[in-house]
Design a protein around this ligand. Structure first.
Ligand code: TGC
Ligand code: FAD
Length: 386
């Protein structure tokens, strides 16, 4: 079993509950996910059958309260995400989307009947959800979206295309963002809705063990009761992203840990010019840099979790951690890949899978550049997006 990386005794900061949750998820990843991930990555599929197990473990919407949800603290939730992404970014994505991008908007902005109907089904994994914000021509700038909703009697008709939607083609429920009378609103679009279809995106070289799809809404007929009453304006959609980005900040550390662990073990064993790769100063400098970067990422996540738990977390602080930790993990993965030599390009090892995944993670949920500009605007008061 994975032992973790803890150079600064972060363990001593954790509650018993946090340790138990982390170890439970770690064990699940080791026993049930890692043995199958390579075949799924090759095939470009996700082991959807694990949704029921993850539901039983209480991973979906784990930090939400009420409606039978676990309501775990934010640090335990973060550690859960760290362990999932140590397995694969696609696994963490599945749980992030379900909990932070589908359950959260219903929990936060939904009517009582929407919450009572959907939250328990999504929590068990009986229903799978997706989140449709991005469009083919509007990713970083979702406020420009073209998708429109028009009221017709007792229903809304939605038209537009959503692109790059995780779980889009297997979802029972899509949270779709569309403009109604010029204002962005959230709609619950159920599988089987007339005028609604989806198709998987082919040819991905990253996040292959995750399903990504296009959603097509052609006058899709959505009952009036499926409008999220409390979700008004771009701000509502962006507030869901804060939840998901928080999980990514922790998750990326998990991916970095997996790569570091593999590289350290490999270079202790592998001999070149008569001694282990680990015995060379160039290698030790790489290891020291990787460990330092991971430790910094861990401490950043931990403090982020404390701020979130205290209800004092600002979106810009989430941006800083998402931006830093994902780029850190990507650099750790690239260095580790090189340390494995030719073996580093083989899927017998996990590092290159993580490295390729992290390219997506660097892009989705706000690109590195978007989060740079969020911080720049916060620091200077000057908007440099346009
Ligand atoms: P801007 O004028 O800045 O903001 C509009 C309103 O929203 C408020 N706001 C936020 N509120 C909560 N949380 C945030 N993070 C917020 N950021 C901004 C803001 O205060 C304002 O409120 P108000 O009251 O004045 O109306 O809007 P903008 O159009 O200039 O855009 C800002 C920008 C570029 C930062 C934003 O659009 C952005 O974040 N773009 C990136 C888009 C993105 O991240 N898309 C992700 C799609 S989902 C996904 O990728 C899932 S991947 C699967 C997985 O997670 O595993
Ligand atoms: P663009 O916005 O076209 O950006 C292109 C480049 O321009 C980037 O480098 C960007 O950083 C840069 N750029 C943008 N604005 C500026 C600026 N002002 N100044 C300087 N540079 C700038 N979306 C969803 O809604 N739901 C999902 O479930 C989902 N899942 C995804 C899964 C995967 C595997 C991937 C890859 C993406 C997913 N996305 C999802 C979409 C993701 O959120 C977008 O790809 C992301 O927001 C970036 O948008 P874009 O791809 O259109 O890039």
């Amino acid at each position: 079993m994975f032992k973790g990386i803890d150079y600064y005794d972060i363990e001593s900061e954790l509650t018993d509950q946090a340790r138990l949750i982390r170890d439970t998820v770690r064990d699940f990843v080791d026993r049930e996910f890692l043995p199958v991930v390579r075949e799924h990555y090759r095939a470009g599929t996700f082991p959807v059958e694990l949704a029921a197990t993850m539901g039983k473990l209480g991973l979906f919407g784990a930090n939400l309260t009420g409606y039978g949800l676990p309501g775990i603290d934010q640090i335990s939730y973060g550690l859960m995400m760290q362990e999932l992404e140590r397995g694969d970014s696609g696994l963490r994505s599945f749980v992030s989307v379900q909990g932070a991008l589908v359950m959260y908007p219903i929990w936060k902005f939904g009517s009582e009947s929407q919450k009572e109907y959907w939250l328990p089904r999504l929590a068990t994994g009986e229903a799978v959800g997706c989140f449709g914000l991005t469009e083919p021509d509007f990713g970083s700038d979702p406020g420009g979206m073209i998708t429109r909703a028009v009221k017709h009697g007792n229903e809304y008709r939605l038209s537009g295309v959503k692109m790059w939607i995780t779980n889009g083609s297997i979802a029972d429920l899509a949270v779709v963002w569309a403009k109604l009378d010029g204002e962005i609103r959230g709609f619950l679009v159920e599988r089987g809705t007339a005028g609604f279809s989806s198709g998987e995106v082919a040819g991905k070289l990253s996040l292959r063990a995750s399903i990504t799809a296009e959603l097509v809404l052609d006058e899709a007929r959505v009952p009036a009761g499926n409008l999220l009453p409390g979700a008004v304006g771009l701000k509502s959609a962006l507030s869901c992203l804060n939840q998901a980005r928080y999980g990514i900040a922790w998750g990326a550390v998990g991916a970095a840990m997996a790569c570091f662990d593999e590289a350290l073990a490999y270079c202790r064993e592998r001999k070149v010019f008569g001694k282990p790769v680990a015995g060379y100063q160039l290698t030790q400098a790489k290891l020291a840099d990787m460990l330092t970067a991971i430790t910094q990422g861990q401490l950043l996540s931990l403090q982020l979790g404390k701020l979130k738990e205290a209800g004092r977390l600002r979106p810009q602080q989430v941006s800083l951690a998402k931006r830093n930790n994902v780029r850190m993990a990507l650099e750790v993965a690239r260095t580790a890949r090189g340390m494995l030599g030719a073996n580093g390009i083989s899927d017998e090892y996990q590092t290159m899978r993580h490295m390729c995944n992290l390219e997506s993670v660097d892009t989705y949920e706000g690109t590195y550049e978007v989060h740079t500009l969020v911080l720049g605007r916060d620091l200077t008061g000057i908007d440099a997006f346009t």
